[in-house]
Write a protein that binds this ligand. Sequence first.
Ligand code: AMP
Ligand code: MG
Length: 350
Amino acid sequence: MVVLVSIGLWRTAGHETDDRIAVVTRPKRVMGTTCALAAIVRYRERTRAEDALSRAEAGLRTVEARMSVWLADSEVSRLNAAGAGEEIPLSPECLAVLRAAREAAGRTGGAFDVTCGPLVELWRRAGEAGVVPAESQRSDARAASNWDLLELTDRGAIKRADGVRVDLGGIAKGSGIDEAAAALCDAGMVGGMVVVGGDLACFGEQAQGRDWPVDVKDPFGSGRIAELRVRAGAVATSGNYARYVEVAGKRYSHIIDPRVGRPAEGAQSVTVVAPSALTADVWATALSVLGPEGLGRLPSHVDALMIVGSKDDHQILCTPGFRALLAEPIPAGLTVWEEGTGRPQGRVAF
Ligand code: AMP
Ligand code: MG
């Protein structure tokens, strides 16, 4: 969803020493998806960019190694495999993400819930078997998906039931992107961008001093539905169109509505702009569950665009702050949600 090509093609020869150039890498897949990193650096300091980029990539891979449910020896997998009552030590970084996730569960009225591992697994198996889970299976998985069954301590976490399983798939990517962007910033890059799958964070200046262009993909086609201009901050997209399971001819989202134990039907696609990638990631997933009603729950400095309905009959909604970031042409039929009310018209915080 992101335009990195424009910065990837700049010449690296014939520059004045103070010119800004972009150094771009596209490391092999991370967190099950594609990845690109860009560092903006003064020409005379360009050798530092390579080092900064490899540190940023290492940051991403460290987050994946800690938080992926697909890696058997990740911290999260060890917690999931553990029995009830035992304190499982976790790194401060993993604990911080779990605390942020617990807070998000409160703010989203339970729509974002990383304890929904049993439900995610139930519906994944349903997709593989091509059979909708029975009501009793759904209620069992729902009962096991609950923050009351997981205690966070100063050093780790304690499960209150054997079946508790955490899934950080809706937040870990954002956390990794933040880590990687922080590594570029700490290394003194004048600007940078980290893109993993459809999510990204950017800071500082593009080499040509403009805002970063970011495409919002059309969930019903192959092109883009809108273009954003982001100065600094993060953008995350969640949607049915990218990942889903198909059971008996019906498409089900990979995002679960933990409140009812069924795949979410709140929106086809949600793009969120926020000060951090973690926040953007959380709210993109949460709004996919909540639908338009969730726009009213967004914290200040978090803005969203969502597409609700079907290919032939859909609505595009966004918050006033998101509208302010859109480049021309504005999508036809865009409805700016809550315009003219008392809600703060938040732009991305720098
Ligand atoms: P994303 O692509 O960021 O929207 O994250 C989707 C992933 O988050 C899913 O593949 C699950 O691993 C996990 N997940 C699904 N439903 C939820 C939910 N309601 N709250 C938190 N995580 C979820
Ligand atoms: Mg997410």
